[in-house]
Write a protein that binds this ligand. Structure first.
Ligand SMILES: C[S@@+](CC[C@H](N)C(=O)[O-])C[C@H]1O[C@@H](n2cnc3c(N)ncnc32)[C@H](O)[C@@H]1O
Length: 287
């Protein structure tokens, strides 16, 4: 309410009128999204779509990637959708990291409940999603893809990235607690829980985001364990099939592969592709 009143009295500035500087970024998480993720997305989707279209970031989290695409790649209009409210910390983060006094008016956020549909006032031209689709519970998946497909213009594009994929060495998202490769597939569930809950080391700096800062260490470990239990465990072939079944066709696909040898006992249960592929990037359009 206060924010709405403040924005009405003092409308947010256009991105082109904002001052910021990118050479003093000290936060590795911010850097990984504002620069790296934004650059990967820009390279995959191309400048014209960003500069001329309306982009939706599904599972936008704290919104740093969206901000990077607006400020560094001149994205014209951005809507971030998420079930969390971590975007509320974006203004403070951006001020500390790039000296930005106010967020640009090109960026708005919409909070939904898991499985709830988002609504846009006009169709969008591009949907991006970064490290989110492994978290969408399977019962919601068809509805989420239908929502995205309907929100897109007929010639709209959809960029989807996941890293790490579940069956890859660190696909549990628990490697920040120093678990060895494939521990989640080799150990019992209790061993995984015990290793996480007894961890007393430092979390790598590129994992230190809002969900870490707002909890004590024990609650943070429990939060990440809960996220681990909710991972949908999709393989790349299951994901591509789901997308095709939902009315998308592939325009481009890219896979990241780890250089570790897969354990023999896992090769008896899972394909080598699934064990060694840690990242998928897909560019899709409606068919
Ligand atoms: C690992 S975070 C990635 C966030 C952001 N894309 C980034 O790169 O920092 C996964 C995000 O997916 C969101 N999420 C999980 N399930 C969701 C759902 N059903 N609908 C929308 N967002 C969801 C979470 O709240 C979280 O922000």
């Amino acid at each position: 309410m206060l924010d709405t009143l403040k924005n009405w009295l003092f409308p947010l500035p256009h991105a082109k009128d904002l001052q910021w500087k990118g050479d003093g970024i000290s936060d590795a998480w911010f850097e990984a999204h504002f620069n790296y993720a934004a650059d990967v997305v820009a390279e995959w989707v191309g400048k014209p779509l960003l500069e001329n279209g309306h982009t939706l970031d599904f599972g936008c989290g704290d919104g740093i990637t969206a901000l990077g695409l607006i400020l560094r790649h001149q994205a014209r209009k951005f809507t971030g959708v998420d079930i969390s409210q971590t975007h509320k910390g974006l203004g403070k983060l951006a001020k500390a990291q790039i000296g930005l006094e106010r967020l640009p008016r090109e960026l708005t956020f919409q909070r939904i409940q898991a499985g709830e549909k988002f609504h846009l006032s006009e169709p969008c031209d591009l949907v991006i999603t970064w490290s989110t689709f492994e978290h969408i519970e399977l019962p919601y998946m068809a509805g989420v893809l239908d929502n995205i497909r309907r929100a897109l213009n007929p010639d709209g594009m959809f960029f989807l990235q996941i890293n790490p994929l579940y069956f890859s060495p660190f696909g549990s998202h628990l490697s920040r607690f120093n678990l060895p490769p494939w521990a989640h597939l080799l150990w019992t569930p209790q061993q995984v829980t015990d290793a996480v809950m007894s961890f007393a080391g430092e979390i790598p700096s590129d994992e230190l985001e809002e969900n870490f800062h707002k909890r004590d260490f024990s609650a943070y470990k429990q939060f990440v364990l809960n996220e681990y239990h909710q991972l949908n465990q999709l393989t790349t072939s299951q994901l591509v099939q789901l997308l095709k079944d939902s009315g998308f066709e592939l325009v481009r696909e890219g896979y990241g592969r780890v250089s570790l040898p897969a354990p023999a006992e896992l090769l008896e249960r899972f394909s080598e592709h699934d064990l060694l592929t840690d990242e998928v990037r897909l560019l899709l359009r409606k068919c």
